[in-house]
Design a protein around this ligand. Structure first.
Ligand SMILES: [Ca+2]
Length: 236
C-alpha cells in the first residue's frame, strides 16, 4: 500500500461515466472491504480503541439517583454490581434507554457491553442504534448496529456486538425493545431495568475524503480500475 496523490482523482473521475466500469469497481470495493475487515480482526491499530470511555452519557431514568449513566463509561469494566460501577435505569421506567454522546462523527465497528453479575437475566430484548443527530430530535433516523434477542446474555458476562460495515454517527443508543410486565406482589417483583457495568465502543473518526476516495478506518482509499490487485491510500 502506498500513498496516492490527490491528482489521481481527476483521472478516476474521467472514467466514472461508464456503467461497466462502475460495476467492476463495486466488485473490487466489496473485495477490499472483506480484506480490510479481516485484517482489522487480526489486530490492526484500531482494535481495542474505546471511544466511549469518559464520553458523555445519559439515560432515560436513574435508579436510586446514584446509578447514573456515566458509571457505564468510567473505564471500570468490573462486573460486580455491588463494588464496581454500573448504571441502572429506574424500575418504573417502561422504556429504558441509555445513550452515549460522542464528540464527533464516528464509524462504529462494535459495541461491548459488560453485564453485571446480578443482572438476573435482564440483558435481553435489546437494540443498539446509531444516530447522526440527537435521537431525541423529531425525525432522527436510527441505523441499527446490533440487537440482543429474547435469550438473555448470561449474568457476569461481557458481550461484543459487531455493527455492519459503515455504521456512522455521533450518538449510540441502547434500549430495551420490551420490558416484562411488572408485578409488584410479594415474591413476584421484577425490575426489568437496563443495567450496564460498562459500555465500550470500537470506532474510528469519520474522515472527509476527496472525490473518488472512500473512507475506511480513519483513512481514504481509492481502487484503481486498471490495477486489479492493489488499492491506494490517500494522505489525509
Ligand atoms: Ca463502569
Amino acid at each position: 500500500m502506498h500513498m496516492c496523490p490527490y491528482s489521481d482523482v481527476t483521472l478516476f473521475a474521467e472514467t466514472e461515466q461508464f456503467l461497466l466500469t462502475a460495476l467492476v469497481r463495486d466488485i473490487k470495493w466489496q473485495a477490499f472491504y472483506r480484506l480490510r475487515k479481516r485484517s482489522d480482526r487480526e489486530g490492526c491499530v484500531e482494535e481495542g480503541l474505546n471511544v466511549a470511555k469518559c464520553s458523555r452519557a445519559i439515560q432515560s431514568s436513574t435508579w436510586k439517583e446514584i446509578y447514573t449513566a456515566d458509571r457505564a463509561v468510567d473505564g471500570n469494566t468490573g462486573k460486580r454490581f455491588y463494588g464496581d460501577t454500573c448504571s441502572h435505569t429506574d424500575c418504573k421506567d417502561d422504556n429504558p434507554s441509555w445513550t452515549l454522546c460522542l464528540d464527533n462523527m464516528q464509524t462504529v465497528r462494535s459495541v461491548t457491553i459488560h453485564n453485571p453479575d446480578k443482572a438476573k437475566g435482564r440483558l435481553k430484548n435489546i437494540k443498539i442504534d446509531v444516530y447522526t443527530e440527537n435521537p431525541s430530535n423529531p425525525g432522527a433516523v436510527p441505523t441499527s448496529c446490533a440487537t440482543i434477542g429474547s435469550t438473555p446474555v448470561a449474568d457476569g458476562i461481557s458481550v461484543k456486538l459487531d455493527c455492519p460495515l459503515n455504521v456512522v454517527g455521533r450518538y449510540i443508543k441502547i434500549s430495551k425493545t420490551s420490558t416484562m410486565a411488572r408485578d409488584w406482589r410479594w415474591r413476584n417483583y421484577m425490575c426489568d431495568a437496563l443495567v450496564l457495568c460498562e459500555v465500550e465502543v470500537n470506532a474510528t473518526t469519520v474522515v472527509s475524503c476527496p472525490n473518488g476516495f472512500r473512507p475506511f478506518g480513519g483513512s481514504c482509499y481509492f481502487v484503481s480500475d486498471s490495477d486489479v490487485a492493489n488499492w491506494y491510500e490517500a494522505g489525509v
